[in-house]
Design a protein around this ligand. Structure first.
Ligand code: MN
Ligand code: MN
Length: 457
């Protein structure tokens, strides 16, 4: 089956151009001016922007945390992702403590296979290090896992500097890439104890015990460990100016560093934690916490200057009932917010239409760079001959208001409630099939596992 998207503007990391896009079955077969093909079904996209399907390289679906499970599993999460223009997610597979990477991978395939609406891959979490795990790293590449994750905080997951060094050394041998959650665990614990001693158990103690400089400290330490190993690393969900300065310093001494940020750090600020109403504040709790307007500014500037390469969501959703768990004790609030359904429209509105970033930069951050960094390019991340026909059709005129009640994610609130978008996603095509039509998910549940190759960014 051939289809011809006619009359639109095609977006890439280089810029925009007027071009028609011809697809056949799951693939793009031609991009150019005035394409004629009598066999093709014509889809008129006059006035529309055609962007490569967004990639969200940071989701947590069906994850057990804080004595509960995320509200979204692979089914509801991937439907929400598609509705937000995301055609591929990379979720974090996470072995239970003491289990092997193979166990973790098997578990994640069980959670996702046959239940996921968009395409998907996994990063593998390394929360321990020994001979067995070192051998398993080789097997992971054979399974299409080319990226890993380590934590510098959270007792259940953190690996410590020494083991992190050993793990990075092994990944270097493989030409691998690792994303790291950077926050100083020890001092955060001490600050939490102080808050408890002062009986300051409200939501505002969450950001106050996780200040920007303790994230910057961990970024700095990670980058020095990476220097010792001589390996590029990914800073996931970077939130603030001080942390970005540490990245700049590492780059100045010649290190390769990739940086990810998220919409919540670009469009929200820390006043959300000071709402008198517990749930109104708790629903924004995530780690690292949402920062200041000055930090937002630094992040936009970092995107504009190419210092930040990707925007993912860290989608980790909990219902308001689940968020109740931390009333009277901020340390018990399940940490995480929903994001997969709104990322594209938020970044287009808050970034592109305000000229903080160009459309090309948005395309790099949401599609092209994650595809390259995580070994899916040029199958994903670009509208070009030979790529998967994953296409977001964006209508720049169709402004609307973000409302939780319109969302398909399994969450009863939205952090961006009332946000007025500039334009909206008109359609989403996944491997040549219409997946979303004007807000309605029409896709069948046939997301594919994407075995990924090595970093090419
Ligand atoms: Mn994290
Ligand atoms: Mn995360």
């Amino acid at each position: 089956m051939k289809r011809l998207f006619r009359g639109g503007t095609v977006v890439s990391g280089k810029g925009t151009r007027r071009a028609d896009v011809l697809i056949e079955d799951e693939k793009i077969i031609k991009v150019g001016r005035n394409i004629m093909d009598p066999a093709a079904q014509i889809i008129d996209v006059t006035g529309m922007l055609l962007m490569p399907g967004f990639i969200d390289a940071h989701t947590h679906f069906d994850l057990d945390v804080c004595n509960t499970t995320t509200a979204d599993d692979f089914t509801t999460g991937s439907r929400a992702a598609l509705r937000g223009g995301t055609t591929t997610v990379i979720d974090f597979a996470c072995p239970n403590k003491g289990e092997t990477l193979h166990d973790g991978l098997k578990l994640w395939h069980e959670k996702a296979d046959g239940k996921t609406y968009c395409d998907y891959g996994f990063h593998m979490t390394i929360d321990d290090w020994n001979e067995t795990i070192a051998r398993e790293i080789d097997d992971m590449y054979a399974e299409g896992i080319s990226s890993f994750k380590m934590y510098m905080t959270y007792p259940a997951m953190m690996i410590g500097d020494e083991l992190m060094y050993h793990a990075l050394k092994k990944l270097k041998e493989k030409g691998g890439i690792c994303g790291v959650h950077c926050e100083n665990s020890g001092v955060i614990d001490a600050l939490v104890s102080e808050k408890k001693a002062q009986n300051q158990m409200g939501v505002s103690s969450h950001p106050e015990t996780r200040p920007d400089y303790l994230e910057a400290e961990a970024v700095s330490r990670l980058l020095r460990i990476a220097q010792a190993v001589d390996i590029p690393v990914v800073i996931v969900h970077l939130t603030n100016a001080a942390a970005l300065k540490e990245v700049e310093a590492a780059r100045k001494r010649g290190q390769k560093v990739y940086v990810e940020t998220c919409p919540q750090y670009l469009v929200l600020d820390n006043t959300v934690y000071y709402n008198e109403d517990y749930l109104e504040a708790a629903k924004f709790v995530c780690s690292p916490p949402i920062r200041t307007p000055a930090d937002q500014k630094a992040l936009w500037s970092g995107l504009r200057r190419g210092e930040i390469q990707t925007i993912s969501t860290d989608h980790c959703s909990f219902t308001l009932a689940q968020k109740e768990a931390g009333r009277g004790d901020f340390t018990k609030i399940p940490g995480g917010i929903p994001g997969v359904e709104t990322r594209g429209e938020l970044i287009y509105t808050a970034g592109v239409t305000t000229r903080k970033i160009s459309l090309a930069t948005m395309c790099k951050a949401l599609s092209e760079n994650p595809a390259k960094l995580y070994g899916m390019y040029p199958r994903k991340g670009i509208i070009a001959k030979g790529a998967d026909a994953d296409i977001v059709i964006y209508d720049p005129q169709a402004d609307h208001v973000i409302r939780a009640e319109d969302m398909v994610a399994n969450v009863d609130y939205n952090p961006y409630e009332g946000f007025i978008t500039r334009g909206s996603i008109a359609q989403v095509w996944l491997r040549g099939n219409l997946a979303v039509d004007h807000g309605t998910v029409v896709a069948a549940c046939n997301g594919q596992y994407i075995a990924r190759g090595k970093n090419a960014l």
